[in-house]
Ligand binder design. Sequence first.
Ligand SMILES: [Zn+2]
Length: 192
Amino acid sequence: MPIPEMRTSRWIEVRDSPIHGKGVFAARRIPKGTRVIEYLGDRITHKQADDRYVDHDPNDNHTFLFIVDRHVVIDAGVGGNGARFINHSCDGNCESIIQERRVFIESTRLIEKGEELGYDYEIGREKDDPDDVDEIFACRCGSPKCRGTMLYPAEKPVKKAPKKKAPKKKAKKPAKKPAKKPVSRAKAGRRR
Ligand SMILES: [Zn+2]
């Protein structure tokens, strides 16, 4: 049985956000662990996404691409729903869950009516990132835990570090669930 599509949701409403552009807010009290909405849009390959946004301004991070895995990107700029307006937050009240190569936004704690929803985009760093990538993806989520960037990990990797992973700074963040791929809404060209 396929999981039913959640194009709309009684839990949320879209309106202007103090963080960025439009945001998604709780229309009612949302219990912890609620599947709030599905992240919908055109399902395309990384190549198709690159081609689609080849002329996109590299200094503008504002696309609606969500990397599902190595093969699939969801472009919520085409046929997307309200989920595309959920802003990034370094310490959000939601998380993105990938299930059967689909993306669902779920609450990680009780959310009071009127609160803005947010989840960590965890946009991966790449070798060819421009020097000002942290400015392009600057975060102003306002959380006390804000790491200042939507990229993850927060620190730029040290160049020429021989085969070593970035220093472990796990304290900030709970361990990732093994099933969850690094997910993000990333601008075109950032995807592998
Ligand atoms: Zn932040």
